[in-house]
Write a protein that binds this ligand. Sequence first.
Ligand SMILES: Nc1ncnc2c1ncn2[C@@H]1O[C@H](COP(=O)(O)OP(=O)(O)OP(=O)(O)O)[C@@H](O)[C@H]1O
Ligand SMILES: [Mg+2]
Length: 1009
Amino acid sequence: MYSDNHMHEIVVKRNSSSRKRSRDGLKSHITTAKKRSSVTSETCSTVEGHPYTQDMSENKGTELCCSDNEDLFEGYDSIVGDSSFLAKLEDVELQMRQCHDQQTPNACEDDLSDSILAEDFRDLTSRALPSSQLEFQKAVTTPHKSPSRGAHNTSTPDLVNPKPAVNHADLNVNKPPPKARRSMKDHLKKVLIDNAATSSTVSKTVQQKEAVMTEEMSFAMRAIESISAEQDLGPFFGLPSKVKDLILILKGIQNLYEWQETCLSLDSVQQRRNLIYSLPTSGGKTLVAEILILKELLCRKKDALLILPYISLVQEKVRGLSSFGIELDFMVEEYAGSKGRFPPVKRRNKNSLYITTIEKGHSLVNSLIENDRLDNIGLVVVDELHMLGDGSRGAILEMTLSKILYMSKSTQIIGMSATLGNVGDLQTFLKAENYTNDFRPVELKEYVKIKDSIYEVDPREETCFSFSRLLDFKYSSGMQKMDPDRIIALATEVIPQQSCLIFCATKKNCENLAGMICKYLNKEFLKHREAEKATLLGELKSSGNGSLCPVLQKTVPFGLAYHHSGLTSDERKLVEEAYSSGVLCLLTCTSTLAAGINLPARRVILRSPYVAAEFLKRSQYKQMVGRAGRAGIDAMGESILILQDKDISMAKKLLSAPMEKCYSNLLHDGGRGLLSLVLSLIGLKITTTVEQVRDFMKGTLLSVQEAQVSPERSLWDLTVESIETLKQKSLIEVSADVNNQTILQITRLGRATFKGSVDLSCCDLLYRDLSKGLEGLLLNSFLHLVYLITPYDMVHQCKPDWMIYFRQFTNLSAAEQKMATAVGVPESFVARMAAGQSVRKSMDILVVNRLYLALVLYSLLKETNLWNVSDRFQLTRGFVQTLLSSASAFGSSVLHFTEELEEFWAYKALLSELTRRLTYCVQAELIPLMEVAGVMEHRAKQLYNAGYKTLAHLANADPQILVQTIENLFKRQANQIIASAKMLIKEKAEALQEEVDDLLMLPSDLPSL
Ligand SMILES: Nc1ncnc2c1ncn2[C@@H]1O[C@H](COP(=O)(O)OP(=O)(O)OP(=O)(O)O)[C@@H](O)[C@H]1O
Ligand SMILES: [Mg+2]
């Protein structure tokens, strides 16, 4: 029935629309990997590309459907974001087609095969569709559906092998679909058939064709509107089934725990009220938060903010969620260390998930308030909500949440924690509901060991402990002396087959204990995963550019390692990965591991109830023992706290005490938090009068806890005092408005201070140092600039070794020495100190120490070898690395500070480059690779040497090849690296595209006649 001409005509139209579409697609999608992949895969997942064309020309036999397509999900972004009509037309058609094709078994195979995890997805296809999905399919194919879903019922004929038109005509006669549900293609086809019938005699005019197209356009637009107004996208808590599949593939989680289902179905969640949920450690809190985040991004089309307490956690989450972002088409943006843009890039077509540290989260919220964009954040999730009680970081978190509560009524706040003693206070603060459950997927048995007896902890018992067993061990007399606590006996009950974590009070303890244990271990331990341990040692050595930690060199062959902040982040990462994969079976560690990344163990041993010299707090204890029991691996987990007689009574209190309470920290450290909160409120114009500041303060946690935290002085007095202090420091000033009302305004210095998140105690000093610096800025080396961004708060953590200081000083060029003298450290002074002579002249020790740290940083910049620099300055490599990351963070603070002060214009370009160099501090060629979350220097080097030299190389890498060519890289990590690289490229490309769009946009206020 179709004439060749018509066929040709329609194909040409398709192709032209496809071209347009693919160009549009480029705006938001990187499809290079897809382009290289097979035809089959190309057809299926490039919905934003041009699957239709592909399907017609190359992919005749391929099923196009995926089980999720009934969710209207695949076209989701393109429908919302694309202004091209033809593209929309295609999307609508495609969805209809997909819906039709869903009835084909195993249909999701092809669609998912272009996934970043193609292989795993293929595995999925062998199993039957989940019942929820089948139910959903049934639901969409039965009558009484919403118009947009109803549209799925229509079939989409194959244009390449058109069936006789009469069939379609019959179909239409027998079952005329309601107009709103009619397939776009059916409609077009009908027009074509009509055309064909008349074409032999009368040719359609261009105008007539256009009229048909116009009608179709308005139909398509109506369909599109009804689709985008719809919030639920599918059967999985309103999300498409694809999300469920991704959770299985990317996280290995098949079914939600019952509590997770309950929590997600709570009224408060459904109605988007604020919520705090608390469950024991390892209860699976993260997944609930992630599902809620996805709902916000995909169903509500709002941005989301996830606040985590540590940079390492942010990196881990960015890596893990980037794969979701790639598959589900949203942005994942990292805000940690010196990463993150303020305000964030506006994304017109996509929503963003910002994953931030507490500090960066605050700056991000400030920048959104300043740009009147806070309402774009639909959801804020705070993990480890008890951090509100953690010193100055707690204060920052409180400021962030208070501002969100005050400024955006539509932003939902969700907090989670395992260790909350006074959830009521936090509920009042956040106006939140509470959900608690004591579910733990793996039973945790808590024990203590006193002498050679093990007791089970039972706080209900009068004695708190009930006898469990005698420890079975056969020690030589040497061992008895070396290991009086019988730690080897406790550990060898589980290792090497199962894993063990031993928490120690100090870093030195960790190293000594690991060394001691392996001295007495049976030689059989050496054979367990011998080759992998040898590889690990090689990796550790090459991460240190040939240097290997002598302790690890001894312990790793036995499957043991220590883990604390004295290790470089590369070493920590290697140790963590080896432990996770079972190559290492025992880690000795400090308490920081408990709150950091997720490294569970079959048995957790607490070597003593102390952290440094302090007796354990209940929450610390809970976090540590909470690591015991690996979900899905162990049937149960055990913790054993080793007690000496003197600690027994304190330990009983510890074990039966309620969880510590979490108190506001705005008054911590002389009320610094309160001061900087008031400053930023005025800076952001959130409040402009004293009364408004007071009003704001009523919404803080401090206000809720006023009686406990500040029994003597009222919050009102404290607020007025803060305002006075800020005035005295010239950070704010008072003026009068037209009604003679007193108005609070920020000064230039005040603005720079809060924009740079500079501590109020050092903003004057920073201003002075930068001003002085301008007088004779040394620019033929980095030393002067490095000095200016050496963080003031690190200065007290390190005392100079005068001999080293002197040696380094004499190595400086004459110009550098002159600069050192100008800032206040003359060579004669350092020489006298090195010689042990007294110095009569009083020196500013802050300046002297700061220059010493600047020399450390300067050495690092010059040679980029952490180990050499640590050796040269006799500092631990962990400290040097911390110094480096603090300097790069402070560098970006100083940069923002100077941007607000005209007189410092010259610093802007200089500091941007310096901060970038400090952030990575590696050979320049590795920098692009290290932009990928969690790719450290060592991994970057491996990748670079294997030929992956740019982000594009990584984004298009084949995970199989990566795993085979990069030592010690597991499939999951390879996938995460690829997904993160893809996400970064996408981010960069979109930012450029936004810029182009902005440039080309016609100004709305363009003068006209
Ligand atoms: N429904 C589930 N089925 C199987 N495993 C799950 C499920 N939900 C979560 N998990 C797994 O349980 C482990 C612990 O989960 P998660 O990290 O969310 O714990 P948490 O409650 O946040 O604990 P913590 O307080 O220690 O941070 C993770 O490895 C996670 O993948
Ligand atoms: Mg957690």
